[in-house]
Design a binder for this molecule. Sequence first.
Ligand code: NAP
Length: 438
Amino acid sequence: MRRFLLLCQFIAPLLSTALYLGTASTISLEAKKLSAGAETGKPLAMSSNDSTNEESGDDQKSAGKIEKLKQREATLARLLAEVRLEKLATLRSRPLTIGVVGFGRFGQFIARTFSKHGRVVVTSRSDYTDIANGMGVKYVPLSDPSAFLSEGLDVVVFAVSILSFEKTIQDFAPHFHKYVSHLNGQPGPLVVDVLSVKEHPRQVLLELLPKECDILCTHPMFGPDSGKNGWQGLTFVYERTRIDGVILDPAYERSFHQLTQEESGTADEMAGSFVELGSGKIHTVHENSEAHVEGMDRMERFLSIWEEEGCRMVALSCANHDAYAANSQFITHLMGRILGSQGLHSTPIDTKGFESVLKLMGNTMADSFDLFYGLYKYNQNSAETIRKLKVALDDVVDNLQKMEQNDNSSPLWGKNGTQNTNEKETGKNHQENLVSHL
Ligand code: NAP
C-alpha cells in the first residue's frame, strides 16, 4: 500500500509539471505580447509609422520562437516524466539487495526476515559461513569491505554492537568513498543503522559517510526473544536522516509526521515533506531531483519490509528516541540486570508478578553485556535515569523507616530468628538491622 501511494505521489507531479509547461507557454506568449509594448514604452495600439511596424514584427518573430521553444520544452518534460516513471517501475520490479554488517544475534534475526523480501548479503568479524548458508544468504568476510560493497547493494544495514559501531564505520568509510567515486554521480547505497541508541550513530554516519549515501536511522524496539513469533504489532522507530544530501531538521517535530498543507504546498505533498536543517527549506517528495525521488522511493521500499511484517511504524527524531528510551528501554535493562544479580529463581509458590520479574530477568540477561553497556555509555540520558532510580530507592526506604519509627508493634521474631519478649526493643533492632544492610 505504501509503495502504491508513493507511486501515485510520483506520477502526479511529473505529469502536472509537463502539463504546466504546456499551459504556461500559452500564458507566457500573452504576457510576452503585453510586455513587448511595455518595454518599448509605447502603447500596444500605437503602430502608425514604419519603424514601429518593424519593431512589432521583430517582437512577433521572437515571441513565436519562444512559443516554439516552450512547446519543445513541454514535449521534453513529458518525455522525461515518462522515462523517469519507467525507470522507477523497473527499479521497483527488482527486489532490493540488502547487505547486513554484523551477523550476530540481532543481525541474524533481521537477515532471516529480509531474505523473504530480497537478496541478502552479510558480513561479520566472525566466520558465519555455515549459518549464512543455512539461511540461504551470502557471507563475505568483514576483512574485505570492498568485496562486500561490490555485491550491488541497494541498502547496507549496520547491526554491529553499539560499542564497535564508530570504529566499524571508520573502517568502512574509505571503501564507501571509493565505491561512490566510481558511480558517475549516481547515488550510493542507502545506509541504515539499527542501534538501540540513536543520537550517536546519527552523528557518526553524518560525519563519516560520503554525501552520496542516504541515511536512515532506525531502532526496532524488539529482538530475537520478543520477535520470535513474528513482528506483528511490534514498534519500529525511524528517522529519515538524509536524502540526496539534504539533512532533515530534527528540531522540526512536524517533519516526522506531516507538514500542514500550508507549509508543504499541495495536499498530496504533505506526507513526504520535511524541513532542511540549517536553511529551513521545505523539501517534498515532488522535488525536481531524480536522486531525491529515487532516494525517497528506496527508503520507502526498505521501510515497507517492516510495515509488511506488521510493525507499528513510529517516525521520531533520534534525540527524542534517546530521551524516551532512557526511561523505558534502559531502565528495563537496568532493573533486569539488578534483579538478575540477586540470583532470584523460580519457587513453588510464584505469583504472576514474580513470573514477570523472572521473564524480565531472562530477556535482559540474554542480551550481551556490551549491548547493556552501550545503552548506558551512548545515551546521554542514561546516567540521569540511574541517579533518579537511586533517589527513588532511598525515598522508598526512607518511607519504610519513618513508618517503622512510629510503629510500636513489632514481629515476634528477633535478629537471627530468635524469639523476642521485649516488643519495643525488637522494633528498634529490626530497624537498625535494615539500615545496616543498606
Ligand atoms: P551486540 O553484542 O550488541 O552486537 C553483536 C554484533 O556486533 C555481532 O555481529 C558482532 O560481530 C559485532 N561486533 C562486536 N564487536 C565488534 C567489533 N569490535 N568489530 C566488529 N564487529 C563487532 O548484540 P546484538 O544483540 O547482536 O546487537 C547488535 C545491534 O543491534 C546492536 O547495535 C544493538 O543495539 C541492536 N539491536 C539489538 C536488539 C536486540 O534485541 N538484541 C534490538 C534492537 C537493536 P561478530 O558476531 O562477528 O563477532
